[in-house]
Design a protein around this ligand. Sequence first.
Ligand code: SAH
Length: 456
Amino acid sequence: MEIRKNESFVVTIEDMSDDGAGIGKLDGYIWFIKDTVTGDVVEAKSMKMKKSYGYARLVKVLRPSEDRVEPVCPVARQCGGCQLQAMSYEAQLRFKENKVYNNLLRIGGFDPLTKDQFLPILGMEQPWRYRNKAQFPFGTDRDGNTVTGFYAGRTHSIIPIKDCLLGVEDNEKVLRTIKEFMNRHHIRSYDEQRHQGLVRHVLIRKGFATGELMVCLVINGERLGHEEDLVERLKDIRGMTSISCSINREKTNVIMGDQVIHLYGPGYITDFIGPIKYQISPLSFYQVNPVQTEKLYETALEFAGLTGNETVWDLYCGIGTISLFLARKAKQVFGVEVIPQAIDDARRNGELNGLTNVTFFTGKAEEVLPREYEEHQIRADVIVVDPPRKGCDERCLDTIVKMGPKRVVYVSCDSATLARDLRYLCDRGYELKKVRCCDMFGWSTHCEVCVKLRRK
Ligand code: SAH
């Protein structure tokens, strides 16, 4: 049966791709259909076709899968930020575990893992409103009204929406207040095409442990104007601690500008992950799901097996979140991170927590570690890595092997590169002891994993 472009057909969804699209087969031809769930029987319409596979759009669910739920968000399909909104939270957790498990076997070439090795995923107790950070773009609708919302999947047109269910409830009030302020003073939203107008984005952050709120308006100009009125309006919102503007006059997709003008408060908010305190300024990196981050780092700490006598390296340490977590239980921790501003934050947070046994290096892990090893004969009892999606550089892995720490703890946001790197280490003297997934981003396909390796 030949299907042409824009033709409707009926198909059963048998599986799901790693990016969350349903997969159905007709006469050996594979269809990827977003917004469908394994077990659904759907009517779909073909959109784009290649030789052996094609993409189709969901038209109608004819028989829903047991795992299907009614998407709670009214713009889930347009927005595209939540690829798994049609899947129950329980099913999402299984989807994530399967994805990680399959990558370990398929890419890593590991034998089937026992229950003792592959521990149950750490899911969220409350899978909504878990994000402590939101960035809303500003624009203008056809009638000239200020709108805020989200970019429609892969485009730059704004879907006006007052609330996102992943973010905190305070966002809505902040957005409303800023729009009122802009209307009152006839302040225009930024227009990307013409590179005109003032207000580009608003960044809102909340300290979940402290309730402190931060608002930062990104503007295409040196000044916002009427700042005192903005502060007056915003400061009555409960928890408001820091109000600022970030100047970004570039024609760019990068949201924040480098320069920040503080209008109200100390310039940062404070939050805690577990016992560790952080000061977060508008430009600081900070984990967006602090509740699950704590669970992930507790797992890393457990896998590190510290007794207080260990020398630990934390590679790709960011603002030192893991380093500081481990420092409480280790003799000495060394962190390595390539972004200098992140290292500034890491050092400041170390001092803030009175942790004096942590030292941070700015540079690439694959350069700092070999250099310190060859020139200063540094050693390690435990090495923790938490690299970006592309995984670790081979020079970094080689040095780890040479240094031969008793344990390696690998924290990963991409199980494909994780599996590749684990195979590399396990071919060179390490064995896979524990794997634990942790869900930091419910309703999306992303999954964090923490792995423990032991030197044989
Ligand atoms: N562990 C940190 C964040 C890890 S995200 C935390 O929990 O907060 C990965 C980090 O690796 C980013 O901060 C990124 O800037 C950094 N990075 C990317 N490539 C790097 C490299 N080659 N060497 C060191 N750090 C790197």
